[in-house]
Design a protein around this ligand. Structure first.
Ligand code: FRU
Length: 332
């Protein structure tokens, strides 16, 4: 490029071209620098298990929300239903110096000290769905399980004849007894049904550990032990379904009403629609809200409120079909 004029000075149009090139190159450099400097946040998520549909939905909602933030690098660890694996996973996250930890623990007491340790090292910790033994963490997000227990109690009391007149034998099948949702689902339910002198709770309430196959076995035993079962209240839908299957195999399912909790469309809601369960109670997964809250803290530096309670809903034959339609699981 001939940039010098005959007089030895710089040719003006050539100078402008060079200036334009310099400006464009600088802008490009600035852009690249900016992009590479954009903060990445590593979030470690410890999920108790991935064998149940509710947990798969939970992971999906969490991953879908995380994918909306290019800043997030998400590390998901499956606890394989083993609290000691979960504790080791949290220790790993601490060693990796992740920016935030999300955890849905198997039980309350065992993970408390490792969660407290992360918290004391100033790593934000958001506990999801099942609580621990103290509140030395950043935030808890989950459903109000006592409220769900109350709603189930009210529904069953009115089904059995109404307040003050209700009569019947109820078999309660517990979720993991060492987890807070099971304790609260029992407590809320008990507060309602224990006021009814005509209602009898059968046995001491066996621990089905949230599992369909264990609930099946519990129901087989109950059928052998108790002459009459009117209602089964199971702490989740898979266990309610397991109990139903045992009753069906014994050909007594038509005389028993089954209740569960979770209300995910492809399971509990479908079973209500098919008449297998009388009702289920929505227990929304905290996956998406967990990511939203973590990003409020990491991106904007907001102080998070200590507890977030997710809403519930009674699902019975009056609204199950609408939920299935909305989720594309039923033709209009
Ligand atoms: C899934 C699950 C749900 C239940 C929740 C309680 O692992 O058993 O069915 O509502 O955990 O923490």
């Amino acid at each position: 490029m001939m940039c010098f004029s005959d007089q030895g000075g710089i040719n003006m149009s050539c100078f402008k071209q060079i200036l334009a090139i310099v400006v464009i190159v600088c802008m490009g450099l600035c852009f690249c620098l900016n992009a590479s400097q954009k903060k990445q946040f590593v979030i470690g998520f410890s999920q108790v298990t991935t064998t149940e549909p509710w947990r798969l939905l939970f992971n999906k909602e969490l991953r879908d929300e995380a994918s909306k933030y290019p800043e997030i690098k998400l590390i998901v660890r499956d606890g394989k239903d083993d609290i000691f694996k979960q504790i080791a996973d949290i220790e790993d996250f601490i060693r990796m110096k992740v920016d935030a930890i999300l955890i849905s623990p198997k039980t309350a007491s065992e993970p408390t000290s490792v969660i407290n340790k992360a918290h004391s090292l100033k790593i934000p910790v958001i506990v999801l769905d099942r609580d621990i033994s103290n509140d030395h963490y950043t935030q808890f997000i989950g459903g109000d399980n006592q409220k769900i227990g109350h709603a189930a109690g009210d529904y069953i009391v009115s089904l059995l004849g109404g307040k003050g007149k209700a009569k019947g034998n109820i078999l309660e099948i517990w979720g993991g007894k060492r987890s807070t949702p099971a304790q609260d689902r029992h407590q809320g339910f008990y507060e309602i049904v224990s006021q009814e002198s005509g209602i009898k709770l059968l046995g001491e309430g066996k621990d089905g550990d949230w599992k369909q196959d264990k609930a099946y076995e519990i129901m087989v035993d109950a059928i052998d032990t108790f002459p009459k079962i009117d209602v089964v209240y199971a702490h989740n839908d898979p266990m309610a379904f397991g109990a139903y299957m045992a009753a069906k195999d014994a050909d007594i399912h038509k005389s028993i009403r089954f209740f569960g909790i979770d209300g995910i469309p492809m399971e509990g809601v479908r079973w209500v629609h098919e008449g297998i369960l009388t009702a289920t109670f929505l227990y929304k997964t905290p996956g998406d809200e967990g990511i939203r809250q973590a990003m409020r803290l990491l991106l904007k530096g907001e102080t998070l409120q200590k507890r977030i309670s997710l809403p519930t809903l009674v699902i019975d034959k009056t609204n199950a079909h609408k939920i299935l339609e909305k989720n594309g699981l039923l033709k209009k």
